[in-house]
Structure formats: structure tokens, C-alpha cells
Design a protein around this ligand. Structure first.
Ligand code: NDP
Length: 295
């Protein structure tokens, strides 16, 4: 029985944070500019507050200035957009992030469109997504979670060109941009979603699987072609009486089964999760460099 290589996202993310910190020091010493990230959080979802707190901590750890605006659940779309406009015009801010999901009375599209594309470090502006989809065009920013998935493949020297890739899930923030990125890297890409018939048949053809579904342990060992590389984006709480919180986090891929078949696999937690924030920091640095024409 063989066992897959574990793709250690936590370690890679730490390496990337160290590289970013070095670059930030170099930029500060050369031109006196410190990158700045503005985060807008609307409402009081606990998970969103945790994500925002983690993003701030990560900024602190590499020397990015972070600015946070917290708005009440009851605030209006106009108020949110006003804050975005201020950050668009603020020279000390190089990245603007609106924590999703927004309260249901707001139109996500209106709000995201208000972020100027030069500061769209989440890469969710339709212009950036459109460019990602087009040949010969370059988006200013690539969405952080899918970018983190590809970065893991690169750092583990896993070839993508000419490979069969299957992305499970087609959300705007993960599945869809992940498929576009794999295609840009010359993989042949299939997308599996909730209406796909016989998903396991399609998934079994994959040399590379990126799964972003939100269903615990959906991808079984029998779905995996021997030697395939598995990137598991899913973060799913499942009941666990043995753990102090009463639950633990598992991925979309049944790790125990799939790790016996695959050649490499990301764990949950400690795989894609830490890479997402590292890519946000990376995009913020990229933005500051571009705005100030610093190489
Ligand atoms: P969404 O709910 O927006 O999208 C889920 C996608 O999975 C949809 O396209 C849906 O299909 C598809 N799907 C649902 N059920 C099935 C099924 N049974 N078979 C095949 N496809 C299915 O989720 P997100 O993309 O936002 O997130 C996905 C997962 O990734 C979640 O667990 C989330 O917590 C995690 N996540 C992790 C991040 C990280 O940093 N590691 C960042 C973001 C998300 P359809 O389009 O037909 O509805």
C-alpha cells in the first residue's frame, strides 16, 4: 500500500510570508512606501469576523498596514460604497477587500463593482475575471484561493501543462476561477457541479483534482485515479465529540481513502486554507509595487 505526499500548505504559506516581508522591507527602504490593505466588514457574522481578524494578523506579521471598517448589519449599500470610494482615493491604501457574504439587502455586484480594479486584491471585479478568461489578456489580480491552489502545485513542481484537470464546484470565488487558471496553465479542464451526472466517472479521469464543494468527504478513494494530485479547498465542520469544540474540520475529499490512491494531497486544515491569506498579502504587495512602479 502506498501513501501520498502531503502538500504542506502551512509551511509553503510561511515561506511566502517570509518572502513578502523581505520585499516589504526592501520597498520601504528604497522608496519609503508601506503597502496598505483596507478591509470592510458589514454585519456581525462570527465566521466573517474571524476571517477579518486573521487577515489583519497576517498583515501585521509581514509589515502591511491594515485599515478596518466595521459597519452594522443595518447599514445601506450606499454607505458601504462611500467607504470604498474613500479607500479608492486614499494613497496609503493599495488593496481593498469587502468581506463576503454581504447582508442580503445589499447587491453584491454593485458593491464589488465600486472597488477600483487597481486595488481589487480579491480579484473579484468582473474586469479582472473577464481578463482571466481571455487569451492574451492579463488580469491585474487573480482571486486568492484558486491562486493559492496553483501556487501549491508550482511549489511542489507538479506539472499542469497537458494534464487532465477536474474542478469540482463552479462558484465565482473558487471553482470558476480555479478552472480558468488551470486552463491558462494548459491543462484540459472539466468542471463538475451539482447537476453533473455520474461525477465520479469524470473525476476518475483527472490527473489533478481541485475540489471546492462544501460537502464533507464527498470524493471517495474510488473516485481517484491512482497517482492523481488532490487539492482540497473544502472546509467542512463535522460533529466530533472527542474534540473540545464538539466538531472538527474536514475537506471535500475523504482523506483517509484518497491518500492511499493519490500521489499528493492537501490536508484539511493546513492545506489550501493558509495559502488563501498568503495570496492576499502577495496581491497587496503586488498592487503597491505596481502603483509605485517599484520592481
Ligand atoms: P459554494 O457553495 O459557493 O459553491 C459550491 C459549488 O459546489 C457549487 O458550484 C455547487 O454546484 C457545487 N456542488 C454542491 N454540491 C455538489 C455535489 N453534490 N456534487 C458536485 N458539485 C456540488 O461554495 P464555495 O465555492 O464558496 O466554497 C466551497 C468550499 O470551499 C466550502 O467548503 C468553503 O468553506 C471552502 N472555501 C475554502 C476557502 C479556503 O481558503 N480554503 C476559501 C473559500 C471557500 P452548483 O453551482 O450547481 O450549485
Amino acid at each position: 500500500e502506498t501513501s501520498a505526499n502531503v502538500i504542506d500548505g502551512k509551511r509553503v504559506a510561511k515561506d511566502i510570508r517570509e518572502e513578502i516581508a523581505v520585499e516589504i522591507t526592501r520597498m520601504k527602504e528604497a522608496i519609503g512606501i508601506v503597502p496598505g490593505l483596507a478591509v470592510i466588514l458589514v454585519g456581525d457574522r462570527k465566521d466573517s469576523a474571524t476571517y477579518v481578524r486573521n487577515k489583519k494578523k497576517a498583515c501585521d506579521s509581514v509589515g502591511i498596514n491594515s485599515y478596518e471598517v466595521r459597519l452594522a448589519e443595518s447599514s445601506t449599500e450606499e454607505e458601504v460604497i462611500n467607504h470604498i470610494s474613500k479607500f479608492n482615493d486614499d494613497a496609503s491604501v493599495h488593496g481593498i477587500l469587502v468581506q463576503l457574504p454581504l447582508p442580503s439587502h445589499m447587491d453584491e455586484q454593485n458593491v464589488l463593482n465600486a472597488v477600483c480594479i487597481e486595488k481589487d486584491v480579491d480579484g473579484f471585479h468582473p474586469l479582472n475575471i473577464g481578463r482571466l478568461a481571455m487569451r492574451g489578456r492579463e488580469p491585474l489580480f487573480v482571486p486568492c484561493t484558486p491562486k493559492g491552489c496553483i501556487e501549491l502545485l508550482h511549489r511542489y513542481d507538479i506539472p499542469i501543462k497537458g494534464k487532465r484537470a477536474v474542478v469540482i464546484g463552479r462558484s465565482n470565488i473558487v471553482g470558476m476561477p480555479a478552472a480558468l487558471l488551470l486552463q491558462r496553465e494548459d491543462a484540459t479542464v472539466s468542471i463538475v457541479h451539482s447537476r453533473t451526472k455520474n461525477p465520479e466517472e469524470i473525476v476518475r479521469q483527472a490527473d489533478i483534482i481541485i475540489s471546492a464543494v462544501g460537502q464533507p468527504n464527498m470524493v471517495r478513494g474510488s473516485w481517484v485515479k491512482p497517482g492523481a494530485v488532490l487539492i482540497d479547498v473544502g472546509i467542512n465542520p463535522v460533529e466530533d465529540q472527542g474534540s473540545p469544540r464538539g466538531y472538527r474540520l474536514v475537506g471535500d475529499i475523504c482523506y483517509e481513502e484518497a491518500s492511499k490512491v493519490a500521489s499528493a494531497i492537501t490536508p484539511v486544515p493546513g492545506g489550501v486554507g493558509p495559502m488563501t491569506i498568503a495570496m492576499l498579502l502577495s496581491n497587496t504587495l503586488l498592487s503597491a509595487k505596481r502603483i509605485h512602479n517599484f520592481r
